[in-house]
Design a protein. Structure first.
Length: 101
């Protein structure tokens, strides 16, 4: 019978090594130096990039638990993207609200 220590040593020899990650640490997105905060919308932000206005450039679209989508224009810079103030995404002059229940 093999000991647990020996079995673990053998397993370490045949187990694949941890893959190196291409992911960088998370970065908090900010507007005017302040984190994007949807606390007034109950939080739970869901960011994504999408060309909302069809101009060929992506905007930052942040969904909130309230069901509203907030759109932030993006200005490129050497230090990284600069996000403009958010506005609620609208259709036909009314705020879009997606119900999640």
């Amino acid at each position: 019978m093999i000991s647990i220590t020996a079995a673990l040593s053998l397993l370490a020899l045949v187990a694949p090594a941890e893959p190196e990650s291409d992911f960088k640490p998370p970065v908090r997105l900010t507007i005017d130096g302040q984190p994007i905060d949807l606390a007034s919308s109950v939080g739970h932000a869901g960011p994504n990039l999408f060309d909302v206005d069809g101009d060929g450039a992506h905007e930052l679209v942040v969904g909130a638990f309230s069901g509203h989508l907030h759109v932030h224009e993006i200005t490129p810079s050497d230090a990284g993207p600069i996000f403009g103030p958010g506005k609620k995404l609208q259709a036909e002059g009314a705020d879009i609200r997606i119900s999640n229940w």
